[in-house]
Design a protein around this ligand. Structure first.
Ligand code: AMP
Ligand code: MG
Length: 329
């Protein structure tokens, strides 16, 4: 799993003077460092909450063992070594979800971009920018259309490397939420270090409030959204980037050019009915840029988003306003 960023904040604000839609309740929050970030889960206090929280973090760790590109014994690493193989139900599910985002974004989102991603990661370690020939070679191994899933079996060309870092965190958040809802929690928030899903009401009795960080000033909030039963994710290059000999490289690659996406757009936030969709689309729009990214988001039902470019220009989908509690200039 990749290192996280905290581009979204969860807030509990009191809105004095407005009737509560739901009674206040006591809550318990637990944070743990997993998935290379701090994951925070908030649930109503019940006799079973502590146990449920432990179960939730156990599930996160077991899914990290499936999807991590950094753990050599993960299922993903095994698939990459053997050019495919038998898929666990979770891996099959996530690969299918990832491929549907590839299709929607015409390949801007591509889970087969692992060789390119690791080329830039290696470049950071060795402090040598990738050579043109290395970029061309890695780019040749990328191609979501070449993945074959038949039954529970995946096959892919030799040299191709999967990287699910653009969607796995959102997917894991969704799985945790599903488990907690089945256990009877009708309110809660799972924050996977910037990939968030919230349902029901917050402990103050209002829809959950999620703040979007100002990309230029981490301590400032740009907008506050009021959300319930929604996933939200942000992709940005202002906190996560590679530095190679003084030059900044983004952590998201453009599979069409083999280069990292440089500078534009600065930050993409997507709200969707599940967190995996929000996560995958945010990464896709980061590659597509403002015009094409907005076009993609506008055409999807139940999806809203905001793209902020390098000059601070904000563009939003028409339905974004319905979630907006407060916008800060
Ligand atoms: P996110 O922070 O969700 O935007 O995901 C970024 C991560 O997704 C990177 O660190 C890579 O692991 C992976 N990634 C980079 N470029 C792409 C791409 N074009 N399509 C899919 N995944 C990508
Ligand atoms: Mg993403």
């Amino acid at each position: 799993m990749t290192y996280g960023r905290i581009a979204l904040f969860c807030l509990v604000l009191s809105l004095s003077g407005i009737a509560l839609p739901y009674p206040r309740y006591q809550s318990i929050s637990r944070s743990e460092t997993v998935l290379g970030t701090v994951v925070r889960i908030t649930l109503p206090e019940t006799p079973g909450t502590k146990e449920a929280l432990s179960g939730a973090f156990d599930l996160i760790q077991s899914l990290e063992k499936v999807f991590s590109v950094h753990q050599s014994d993960s299922e993903l690493s095994r698939i990459n070594r053997l050019h495919g193989g038998r898929l666990s139900p979770a891996m099959k599910d996530l690969i299918k979800r990832a491929l549907s985002i590839s299709q929607l974004s015409s390949g801007a989102f591509d889970p087969t971009c692992g060789a390119l991603v690791s080329l830039y990661r290696k470049a950071e370690k060795t402090r040598r920018a990738p050579r043109e020939s290395e970029i061309i070679k890695a780019k040749e191994s990328v191609g979501w259309e070449k993945l074959r899933v038949e039954g529970d079996h995946l096959s892919m060309p030799a040299g191709m490397k999967l990287d699910l870092g653009g969607i796995a965190k959102g997917y894991i958040v969704d799985q945790v939420v599903r488990m907690l809802r089945v256990s009877g929690f009708s309110h809660g928030l799972v924050d996977g270090g910037g990939d968030i899903f919230c349902w029901g009401f917050n402990p103050e009795g209002y829809p959950w409030q999620v703040g979007i960080q100002n990309p230029w000033k981490a301590s400032n909030i740009l907008a506050i959204l009021s959300l319930s039963d929604r996933g939200i994710a942000t992709s940005g290059d202002y906190q996560r980037y590679l530095m190679i000999r003084g030059k900044k490289y983004g952590h998201i690659v453009d599979p069409r050019t083999g280069r990292t996406v440089q500078g534009f757009p600065t930050s993409v936030t997507v709200v969707a009915s599940d967190c995996a969709t929000a996560d995958g689309l945010a990464t896709a729009c980061f590659v597509l840029g403002r015009e094409q990214g907005m076009q993609l988001l506008r055409n999807l039902d139940g999806v809203e988003g905001m793209i902020i470019d390098q000059d601070g220009q904000k563009v939003t989908t028409p339905g974004w306003a319905k979630f907006l509690l407060k916008s800060v200039r």
